[in-house]
Design a binder for this molecule. Structure first.
Ligand SMILES: Nc1nc2c(ncn2[C@@H]2O[C@H](COP(=O)(O)OP(=O)(O)O)[C@@H](O)[C@H]2O)c(=O)[nH]1
Ligand SMILES: Nc1ncnc2c1ncn2[C@@H]1O[C@H](COP(=O)(O)OP(=O)(O)O)[C@@H](O)[C@H]1O
Length: 205
């Protein structure tokens, strides 16, 4: 039986808004969703595991991936490179499974060029004061890095209208429920359903 391609869900938004936290909290709720692991040149934080949190690469290795068209998108973010391995995403979508990318805004906009049918979700903070306190509270950034991330956040919020949905991360559970509802609704869209039933009709008659 022919199957539909999976949905590509892109969860993006400013650093410290809670993308990682919300993505991790989604996992037990959305077991069918496949999480893409990014490549990065950033140094691993304590507890981060290569191949699980990120594929940790040298600048040379990352450059090689760009030159060989192995990245669906990539961006430089506060001094480090981040990118989405292309093959994994394309193969997973082709196998009919939904994929979620957790990436920053420049990369999300590149993906939109290539996958306009993707579902682009902007995770927004309840307000900027709360955003700052989340970045600070995580305790992983220097004062300079916090300042850079806040400056980036202001520019990123300006790009909110390029997304299909805005989800406020006031409470993690509520943000997860909203994202889950979006994915369910996208699966129910009539274009998708009509295509599915047409495939079945073709197979039966
Ligand atoms: N464009 C792009 N951004 C990514 C990718 N992976 C992670 N990011 C984003 O890069 C930014 C910095 O990530 P990280 O250093 O892990 O810091 P944190 O998200 O602030 O904890 C975040 O906004 C991530 O969502 C990727 O593959 N591509
Ligand atoms: N809804 C929330 N309410 C309060 N704190 C949150 C919420 N979501 C995330 N956080 C906290 O904010 C900080 C940044 O979250 P993180 O997931 O690392 O953000 P991002 O991946 O977007 O950079 C973490 O300390 C996390 O525990």
């Amino acid at each position: 039986m022919k199957h539909d391609r999976g949905l590509l869900i892109v969860l993006s938004g400013p650093s410290g808004v809670g993308k990682g936290t919300v993505c991790a909290a989604l996992r037990p709720h959305m077991k069918d969703l496949v999480y893409s692991v990014s490549a990065t040149t950033r140094t691993p934080r304590t507890g981060e595991v290569d191949g699980v949190n990120y594929f940790f690469k040298t600048k040379e290795q990352f450059k090689h991936m760009i030159e060989n068209d192995q990245l669906l998108e990539w961006a430089e973010y506060v001094g480090n490179f981040y990118g989405t391995p292309r093959g994994f995403v394309e193969d997973t979508l082709a196998s009919g499974r939904d994929v979620i990318l957790e990436i920053e805004v420049q990369g999300a906009l590149q993906v939109k060029e290539k996958f306009p049918e993707g579902i682009f979700v902007f995770l927004a903070p309840p307000d900027l004061k709360e955003l700052r306190s989340r970045i600070t509270g995580r305790g992983t950034e220097t004062e300079e890095s916090i300042h850079n991330r806040m400056t980036m956040a202001k520019a990123e919020i300006e790009l909110m209208d390029r997304y299909n949905y805005v989800v406020v991360n006031d409470e993690v559970d509520k943000a997860c429920e909203r994202i889950e509802a979006i994915v369910v609704a996208e699966h129910c869209k009539k274009e998708r359903q009509i295509a599915k039933y047409r495939n079945w009709i073709e197979e039966v008659f």
